[in-house]
Design a binder for this molecule. Structure first.
Ligand SMILES: [Zn+2]
Length: 661
């Protein structure tokens, strides 16, 4: 009997594994995601976030096409003789959600020129885009644009154009396979292929998804046997490239790695194997953190993987692409801690690399950034202008691509769950109007998070309706509480989970979420200390003197010089961090401006005279606990995003009276 049972089990297992393998080779359906993003337009920014998006719209995003030819009227993506590659699609990939989130008719009109041209000029073969090149890569970006546009408008032109394009590509790829950027960024296209399959059920789309994966670079295997653990050598990249070998340049390229963080999520939908692909995602992120992690939540890439020294830089394209990949991974796997990482990047690395008005940006930002100027040269392969704040420092890709950062973050604040519920994924002030269990539900998130620790959600269903509400509890929030209409709710609020409340919701119900924000220390390069409170990273701002280098059309390129000393060590460690004084002030009209920061941490520090500037960057970070005979001083640390010059990873110093013990 036992043998028989075992045989039956073995046969069943074999059949199951054959089915799984068949599904992998030739998928017949897509595995469901944990959560689903709400269609563009159902979430509207409010409060400080609305001001931030308005700053973006009034800055470079809303005016770039008026003076930067690459996205101007001559663009190949408008039928002109100008730039016909990635810049037009990059620009619209961010301008489109920005325009719809703000419901801004002026911006929508700018977007529609690119959309209409693309939809109305499909070749008889099915090819889209400028005839001047046939590179698959820039089209991958425009596909993302068209999917967002359909989500926002349901324009009936979109699905047929995408269907014809994908059929054309399925027939053309065997003879003209993915190469170069497209080969390393295939997962962005599969995301749209999967999106279209959910709307049309066209089985050829799953064959296309598999073919793209087969022709694309195998990021999962690359991270199972990771080869790029050190600082990439610029000389090596140059030598290999001159021999015609671009593989190392592509594998260590920061933007490629940021985009690749969605690979496991894409594969899960095809294979249905959540355990394997969640593991692949976690290994990929943990490997980048271990060898290239930066205190601001990103990894170093200037513009190739650059190790752990916080004087190394991170390219802005990589910031916004990593955010988008993590937003996809969060929705796919429903892992709470991915939300923590999205907030860490969006609330620190993203604002920290723009001026307050978003009229200028950097190519490379540094966690320890003591000077913005032409003499900063820690970069692996980038040029001397890389950390200027300007129109197109070093290279114009980020100028075209940065626009998606804040808008796609805003679009990911709330999601739906397959059990007919809503998920508070990320926290920021916003309004949501959606349909839950067939009922119109609107809700309003009133909060000054991430500068404050309370989030109030006011629900206004048209009629009372029962549904599960999930609230993400960040890893740092110990002792989080939920009140409903003033009454403490008995609900599990462990860090890195979702508090789940399933009840009948009535108009005017109020959910108050308290997320205790206690200052904490974490350790980085050379045992340095970094301070956080909630999702905000804190930095020392040595003062900022902005000196114009040159005018650039409607904007300018800027150098920034420190006004005071930056070379401090902090009298703080893991045991004392929780006692650090927190000073809260009103949130200014520009949420991330150094002139009026919403929150500060008051700490003690000592100057370390031996720690000096070397060619515009902080010299080697003193390793281990320092001693100083100089008196300690009170220092106010401000949010990383406001400190356009900054020290973020500090040496630790021991107080004089402890040093002799
Ligand atoms: Zn870039």
């Amino acid at each position: 009997m036992e043998v028989g049972a075992a045989t039956v089990a073995a046969v069943a297992l074999k059949q199951e594994s054959a089915l799984a393998s068949e599904q992998r080779e030739s998928p017949t359906k897509l595995a469901p995601t944990a959560f689903v993003a709400l269609p563009l337009g159902q979430i509207r920014p409010a409060g400080w976030l609305r001001r931030q998006l308005r700053i973006q719209a009034d800055g470079l995003s809303g005016h770039l096409d008026e003076f930067w030819p690459d996205v101007g009227p001559q663009s190949g993506w408008l039928g002109g003789p100008g730039e016909s590659w990635e810049r037009g699609p990059y620009f619209v990939d961010g301008l489109l959600p920005l325009a719809w989130l703000l419901d801004d008719e002026r911006l929508k009109a700018k977007v529609m020129r690119f959309i209409d041209w693309t939809l109305n000029h499909q070749a008889p073969s099915g090819m889209i885009g400028p005839a001047g090149n046939d590179d698959w890569w820039p089209r991958m970006v425009m596909l993302k644009v068209l999917a967002q546009y359909h989500d926002a408008t349901t324009d009936p032109r979109v699905l047929p154009v995408l269907t014809r394009y994908f059929r054309y590509q399925l027939s053309a790829l065997p003879a003209r396979p993915l190469v170069d950027w497209g080969k390393y960024r295939w997962q962005d296209e599969v995301l749209v292929v999967e999106w279209l399959y959910e709307r049309t059920g066209d089985a050829s789309l799953l064959r296309l998804a598999r073919l793209l994966e087969q022709q694309g670079y195998d990021w999962i295997e690359a991270f199972a046997n990771f080869k790029h653990s050190g600082v990439t050598s610029g000389a090596e990249i140059k030598a290999a490239t001159s021999r015609g070998d671009r593989s190392k340049a592509m594998e260590t390229h920061g933007v490629n790695n940021g985009q690749a963080l969605k690979t496991a999520a894409i594969r899960y939908r095809l294979s249905g194997d959540a355990t394997v692909e969640e593991g692949n995602f976690k290994r990929q992120l943990a490997t980048l953190d271990r060898f290239h992690g930066m205190p601001n939540g990103m990894f170093s890439c200037d513009e190739h993987l650059a190790g752990l020294d916080p004087s190394h830089g991170t390219e802005l394209c990589t910031v916004v692409e990593t955010l988008y990949s993590l937003e996809v991974a969060f929705a796919t796997f429903g892992i709470a801690s991915i939300g923590d990482r999205i907030e860490k990047i969006a609330y620190n690395a993203l604002p920290g690399t723009f001026d307050d008005d978003m009229w200028s940006h950097q190519y490379d930002q540094q966690s320890n950034q003591i000077l913005v100027g032409l003499n900063s040269k820690p970069w692996t392969t980038n040029g001397p202008e890389s950390n200027l704040y300007g129109l197109e420092p070093n290279f114009g890709c980020c100028t075209a691509n940065f626009h998606q950062g804040w808008p796609k973050f805003t679009s990911s604040l709330w999601m739906s769950s397959p059990d007919g519920g809503l998920v508070a994924s990320l926290y920021a002030p916003c309004e949501v109007e959606t349909i839950v269990s067939g009922e119109d539900v609107s809700l309003c998130v009133e909060t000054n998070y991430p500068f404050r620790q309370d989030v109030r959600i006011v629900l206004s269903p048209k009629n009372p309706v029962s549904f599960p509400l999930r609230l993400r509890i960040p890893a740092w929030a110990r002792g989080a509480t939920v009140r409903i209409n003033g009454q403490l709710e008995a609900v599990e609020t462990s860090p890195e989970t979702f508090a789940l409340i399933h009840r009948l919701w009535s108009p005017g119900d109020v959910v108050d979420l308290h997320l205790p924000m206690v200052p904490s220390v974490s350790r980085w390069f050379n045992h340095s200390v970094m301070l956080m409170r909630g999702p905000l990273v804190f930095s020392l701002d040595p003062g900022q003197s902005w000196v114009k280098l040159r005018d650039r059309g409607l904007t300018a390129d800027w150098q920034v010089y420190p006004l005071k000393s930056w070379n401090y060590a902090l009298l703080v460690d893991e045991s004392s961090a929780a006692q650090i004084e927190v000073i809260e002030s009103l949130i200014g009209p520009k949420p991330f401006a150094a002139k009026a920061v919403a929150v500060k941490l008051r700490v003690s520090g000592c100057l370390i005279n031996a720690w000096r500037s070397e060619d515009g960057v902080a010299g080697p970070l003193p390793n281990g606990v320092q001693t100083s005979s100089l008196p300690s001083q009170t220092l106010d640390l401000i949010p990383y995003g406001a400190a356009k010059l900054r020290i973020t990873a500090f040496p630790q110093v021991r107080a004089e009276d402890e040093s002799g013990v």
